[in-house]
Design a protein around this ligand. Structure first.
Ligand SMILES: Cc1cc2nc3c(=O)[nH]c(=O)nc-3n(C[C@H](O)[C@H](O)[C@H](O)COP(=O)(O)OP(=O)(O)OC[C@H]3O[C@@H](n4cnc5c(N)ncnc54)[C@H](O)[C@@H]3O)c2cc1C
Length: 353
C-alpha cells in the first residue's frame, strides 16, 4: 500500500484559482532613479482576495503588443498599517514588464493583479529576534516584514541592506525614520558596493555576532548575494531552522548541473481528475511540460519560493533546481515543486491533487 503523504504544515498559501482583478493605481511614487512604488486600491475587490501577510507577493498581468506577461511583485506595504497595497518595481535592464510599468503606469491607471502568495512571511506572534538580509529590490518584502514586526510585536530586528551605491538605496529615508522611532529595536547596517565591493562571508559573520540562538532569518536579493549570505550563515553554527529565502530570478535549466542529463521520454500529469501523458521535450521543467501540452497547472513565482506549483511525484525521479519551501521530510514524502523540477528517468508521473 502506498504511504499517504503528510500534510504540508508550513506551505500555507497555495493559490490555484488564478483569479485576476483590475484595480486602480492611486499613486505612483518615485523611490530612486530606477524604482517606483505603485499604490493599488484593492478595496474595489470584495472579500478576502487581497488579504496578505507581510512578505507575500502578488502577480501582475500585463498585455504588451498582444503578448500576456505575468510577473510577481512583493508587497512593500504592511498589511496592518497601510490602507492601500503597495508594490515597488525596479527597472530591469532589457526587462519587458518592469520597463513597461515605469513607462506606462501613472496615478489613474488600472492594473490586473491576482491575489497574494508566498511563504516568505513573518510568523505569528513570537518575540524572537529577526535578522534580515536584503540586496537591492530585495528590500521590498523585507521592508513590509520589518514595519509589521515593529508595529505589532516587541521583536528586535537587524537588517543588513546591500546596494550598489547611495543613490540606489530604496526606502533610505523611511528606514531612517523607523530607526528614530524604534532606536532600541531596529539596527540597519547599509552596505554600499561603491565603497566596499560586494558583501562577503566575513561581513555576514560579523553582522550576526551576538544574534539570539533562536532568531528568524530572512534573505532576499540577487542570487549571488543570497548564496553568499546563506553559505556564510551555515559556517556560523546559526540555527537555520527558521531561515526563509525569496528569489526574484528564475533559475534556468541550461545553467543547471544536470542540464542535458535527462533520460525522460514521457511525463504523466494528473490535474483536476484528468490524466494526460505528454512527450517530454529536453530543457523543460515539469511545469513547462504541462503548459506545452495545453494543461494549466497552478503556478506563481516560478522561482521555487512559493509552493503554488507543488505536486506529488508518483513515479520516476526528478532534480529540483531550487527549493526554498519544502523540507527534506516533505521531499521524502514525494512532494516536488514542478516549476523547479527537471524529470530525469525515462518515465515520470506527477499528481497535482
Ligand atoms: C516572488 C517574487 C517577488 C518579486 N518581487 C519583486 C519586487 O518586489 N520588485 C521588483 O522590482 N521585482 C520583483 N520580482 C522580480 C519581477 O517579478 C520581475 O522578474 C522583474 O521585474 C523583471 O521582469 P521584466 O519583465 O522587466 O524582465 P524580463 O523581461 O523577465 O527579463 C529579466 C532579465 O532577463 C533578461 N532577458 C530576457 N529575455 C532574455 C533573453 N531571451 N536572453 C537573454 N536575456 C534575457 C533581461 O534582459 C532581464 O535582465 C519578484 C520576483 C519574484 C519571483
Amino acid at each position: 500500500m502506498t504511504a499517504q503523504p503528510r500534510v504540508l504544515t508550513h506551505v500555507s498559501s497555495r493559490r490555484a484559482d488564478e483569479a485576476f482583478y483590475r484595480v486602480p493605481v492611486t499613486q505612483v511614487i518615485r523611490e530612486t532613479a530606477d524604482t517606483v512604488s505603485l499604490l493599488l486600491d484593492t478595496s474595489t475587490v470584495s472579500g478576502e482576495a487581497f488579504t496578505y501577510r507581510a512578505g507575500q507577493f502578488l502577480t501582475l498581468r500585463v498585455e504588451i503588443d498582444g503578448s500576456v506577461h505575468d510577473r510577481c511583485y512583493s508587497m512593500s506595504s504592511a498589511p496592518m498599517l497601510d490602507r492601500n497595497l503597495q508594490v515597488t518595481v525596479k527597472r530591469e535592464r532589457g526587462g519587458v514588464v518592469s520597463n513597461w510599468v515605469h513607462d506606462n503606469i501613472d496615478g489613474g491607471s488600472e492594473v490586473e493583479v491576482s491575489g497574494p502568495g508566498g511563504v516568505f512571511v513573518l510568523g505569528p506572534g513570537e518575540d524572537r529576534e529577526i535578522v534580515a538580509f536584503a540586496g537591492g529590490s530585495g528590500i521590498t518584502p523585507v521592508f513590509s516584514i520589518i514595519r509589521s514586526a515593529l508595529a505589532t510585536s516587541s521583536r528586535r530586528i537587524r537588517l543588513l541592506y546591500a546596494n550598489r551605491d547611495q543613490d540606489s538605496v530604496i526606502f533610505a529615508g523611511r528606514l531612517d525614520e523607523l530607526i528614530n522611532v524604534y532606536p532600541s529595536r531596529l539596527t540597519v547596517e547599509h552596505h554600499l558596493d561603491s565603497d566596499n565591493g560586494v558583501v562577503d562571508a566575513d561581513e555576514v559573520r560579523t553582522f550576526v555576532l551576538g544574534v539570539d540562538e533562536d532568531a528568524d532569518y530572512f534573505i532576499c536579493g540577487p542570487g549571488p548575494f543570497m548564496d553568499t549570505v546563506e553559505a556564510a550563515l551555515k559556517t556560523t553554527g546559526s540555527d537555520l531552522e527558521r531561515l526563509r529565502t525569496e528569489r526574484f530570478v528564475k533559475p534556468t535549466i541550461s545553467a543547471h548541473a544536470n542540464a542535458g542529463a535527462s533520460m525522460t521520454e514521457t511525463v504523466g500529469i494528473r490535474l483536476n481528475g484528468r490524466k494526460t501523458v505528454v512527450d517530454y521535450r529536453e530543457g523543460n521543467t515539469l511545469l513547462q511540460t504541462g503548459r506545452a501540452a495545453g494543461i494549466r497547472p497552478p503556478a506563481q513565482c516560478e522561482t521555487g519560493s512559493c509552493a503554488t506549483c507543488i505536486a506529488r511525484l508518483v513515479d520516476g525521479e526528478v532534480t529540483m533546481m531550487n527549493n526554498d519551501v519544502l523540507t527534506q521530510d516533505e521531499i521524502d514524502d514525494g512532494w516536488i515543486l514542478t516549476c523547479q523540477s527537471i524529470p530525469m528517468t525515462t518515465s515520470v508521473r506527477i499528481d497535482y491533487e
